[in-house]
Design a protein around this ligand. Structure first.
Ligand code: SAM
Length: 258
């Protein structure tokens, strides 16, 4: 859909064009990962453990909502899916396109807002987001849009910050999660970290369930994986000690009624 971008999408575009330089090297590393060796999230949970991809991805139409450097899209393409990636940041897509050329993997990469995707109804069997639209787009817009894009029986798998970790994180960006709640459960669903302009969306689990169900999805799984206490990560806000006690991340897997 054309027209002016919603305010949060416009500020997130500018912000992600700035963050993009920091995502080049991780994107390059992740593009080199081969099928079976994919890992997910802050602590690199193995695909075999969390099964972010459905078993039957080969030959299916898949879209990544907020693909960034598009390494998840590249993983799906290598698994035999027909892939489309959409992202709101021209700079992130610049990296994605360069890596596509370097790896000889071609699939459509669209500049756009995952809340309004320029594809017809029922174009896809699978939609995925790892810290993409699931965190940075308005769930009350992108979930109905994903419902429109998916065929009956199609699935969404998403990975994002756990609501518990969000409630324990001080307002400063990248401040480590604490061991007590620093913001209310019933707080605003949008978050702008201190000194930042970008807008994130954090929903409690009950709101996700309500939203998915009212858009015609059944919940297939909610995963809250633990990390070993000695696990390490490049993300300074999380530690293995914390992640061995509480879930840093939440994975939702939902299926559109067939
Ligand atoms: C953290 S990256 C996700 C990609 C990758 N999985 C990763 O972890 O690096 C977040 C991406 O979401 C994109 N994004 C933010 N809002 C979006 C929106 N409304 N529609 C599409 N993409 C969006 C950003 O431009 C950014 O590239």
């Amino acid at each position: 859909m054309s027209g002016p971008l919603p305010a949060h999408v416009a500020v997130n575009r500018a912000a992600w064009d700035e963050y993009a330089a920091g995502y080049v090297a991780p994107g390059e590393r992740s593009w080199r990962v081969q099928p079976g060796a994919e890992t997910w999230g802050v602590f690199g949970f193995a695909e075999a453990e969390v099964c972010m991809f459905p078993d039957d991805l080969a030959g299916k139409d898949a879209i990544e909502l907020g693909c960034g450097t598009a390494y998840v899209s590249s993983w799906m393409a290598r698994r035999g899916a027909r892939v489309v990636g959409i992202d709101n940041s021209p700079k992130q897509l610049e990296t994605a396109r360069r890596l596509q050329a370097e790896h000889g993997l071609n699939f459509p990469l669209l500049l756009g807002n995952a809340e309004t995707v320029p594809y017809p109804d029922a174009s896809f069997d699978f939609a995925i987001s790892e810290y993409g639209a699931v965190l940075w787009a308005d769930p009350t817009s992108w979930v109905p849009e994903a419902a429109r894009l998916l065929r009956p029986g199609g699935r969404i798998h998403v990975l994002t910050n756990s609501y518990l970790s969000f409630l324990t994180g001080p307002d400063e960006p990248d401040a480590p999660f604490g061991d007590r709640l620093v913001r209310p459960w019933f707080g605003p669903r949008q978050m702008i970290w201190k000194g930042e302009t970008s807008v994130e969306f954090h929903l409690p689990p009950g709101d996700w369930i309500h939203l998915f169900r009212e858009n015609g999805f059944e919940i297939e799984a909610l995963l809250e994986p633990a990390a070993p206490a000695d696990a390490t990560t490049r993300y300074v806000y999380a530690t293995g000690a914390w992640a061995s006690q509480w879930p840093v991340e939440t994975i939702w897997k939902v299926r559109k009624h067939g």
